[in-house]
Design a protein around this ligand. Structure first.
Ligand code: C5P
Length: 400
């Protein structure tokens, strides 16, 4: 099984006044969870420094085809293939011409010839260069070979001329990158619904019943499915984390709100119930704050079971419904029984005794229980559990 480590682009920064915008692009991309390996052309290095790119990517920057360290640490073939997408921004007339002609005099052009990954070019050049028949022919040739283009924008250029040739805005380039990454991905075209975090069931306007769930595993699953190209709706109880990028985050407080948000999000190809839903709610929450010295008697009633509701047979049942079973004893036996009772397709069982450090922690050790049996995964970071689960979901949906 492929253990995906997230999305990565190889960014070739060509030489042009717009190269400074590549820095903003790197900032946006890394913020969106996309790792960036940067390659700077000789001309590009006249406009931005390798140090700036290194600081923003958090990785070393590659510049020289002939440097022994570049080659010994990572050969150019490997460098060109370790990413999911090659992005050229700014793509100068010179870089486009080299690629069209198959010339490879430097590291950037060599990588562009050697790569087996899709190439997205964000051109930036003077309007006359953009409209020159040579550039027009080159870009048509490259389009025909599958190179995608974003921009250029039309407007006033650094040289004070007007017309098409300005580098597309970094946010627009990022959107094109996201679309390219999603198009070839294993969950492209799928809608995945994820629940995460605790629920809070009101006692009165200021107090609630809740639990210690951090939401971390559910958020990681939402991010991992989005990284494989899924459209993700993440229905989350109150947590302190920001929502992952490229995910539709629906914030709720109570189990009833969570169920309503899930039902509103249907249809979905898969539903993953990772939320630690409160098991009980107060039958009639007080409308005014309860006052001491009386001790209130709370009358509790069960909350709706979201997993069981989503998994119940019906036209809107997602083809794959997955639940979690947090257990402190007889983990696999109890979780297998839970799978049967709730009619879930899969259950991820975990041992949440305090000494395991799983509840609220960074790691998780799960057993995946399917119709075929139980499969125990080694202890790993919650993000790795999420990536592995997303891969399994993609495989199962492909087969269904
Ligand atoms: O019944 P129990 O809480 O042990 O089941 C855990 C699984 O059921 C989890 O996947 C959880 O998200 C889901 N669940 C739910 N709604 C509830 C209770 C649990 O979706 N009210």
């Amino acid at each position: 099984m492929s253990e995906r480590q997230g999305r990565r682009i190889l960014l070739v920064v060509g030489g042009g006044i717009a190269a400074y915008k590549a820095l903003e692009l790197v900032r946006l991309a890394t913020k969106a969870g996309i790792a960036v390996t940067a390659v700077l052309t000789e001309a590009g290095a006249r406009f931005v420094t390798p140090l700036s790119l290194q600081a923003l990517t958090g990785e070393r920057v590659y510049q020289d085809l002939w440097s022994l360290t570049d080659e010994s640490e990572m050969g150019h073939i490997q460098l060109s293939r370790a990413a999911d997408l090659v992005v050229v921004a700014p793509a100068t007339a010179d870089l486009l011409a080299k690629l069209a002609a198959g010339l490879a005099p430097d590291l950037a052009s060599t990588l562009l010839l050697a790569t087996d990954k899709p190439v997205l070019a964000a051109p930036a050049m003077n309007v006359r260069m953009w409209e020159h028949p040579a550039t027009v022919a080159n870009r048509e040739l490259l389009r025909g070979r599958g190179v995608r283009f974003v921009g250029p924008d039309e407007g006033e250029m650094a040289c004070h001329e007007w017309g098409p040739g300005r580098l597309a805005e970094p946010a627009a380039i990022l959107a094109a990158i996201e679309a390219e990454l999603a198009a070839g991905a294993a969950l492209a075209g799928r809608h995945v619904l994820v629940t995460a975090g605790p629920t809070q069931e009101p006692i009165d306007p200021v107090r609630y019943l809740g639990n210690r769930s951090s939401g971390r595993q559910g958020y990681a699953i939402a991010a991992a499915c989005a990284a494989l190209g899924a459209r993700v709706t993440l229905v989350s109880g109150p947590v302190s984390m920001a929502g992952p990028s490229c995910v539709k985050l629906v914030r709720v407080e109570t189990a009833a709100e969570m169920l309503a948000a899930c039902e509103a999000a249907l249809p979905a190809d898969a539903a993953i119930c990772a939320a630690a839903v409160a098991d009980w709610q107060v039958a009639a929450p007080a409308t005014e704050k309860l006052k001491k010295p009386q001790t209130p008697m709370l009358s509790l009633v069960p909350t709706p079971d979201i997993l069981a509701t989503l998994a119940a047979a019906g036209p809107s049942r997602p083809p794959l419904v997955i639940g979690f079973a947090a257990e402190t004893n007889d983990v696999v036996r109890n979780a297998t029984e839970k799978r049967r009772l709730k009619r879930a397709d899969w259950i991820l069982a975990n041992d949440v005794r305090p000494e395991t450090g799983i509840m609220g922690g960074a790691h998780n050790a799960v057993t995946l229980i399917t119709g075929e049996g139980a499969e125990t995964w080694p202890d790993m970071p919650k993000e790795a559990v999420a990536a592995r689960l997303a891969d399994r979901i993609a495989t199962a949906l492909r087969a269904s």
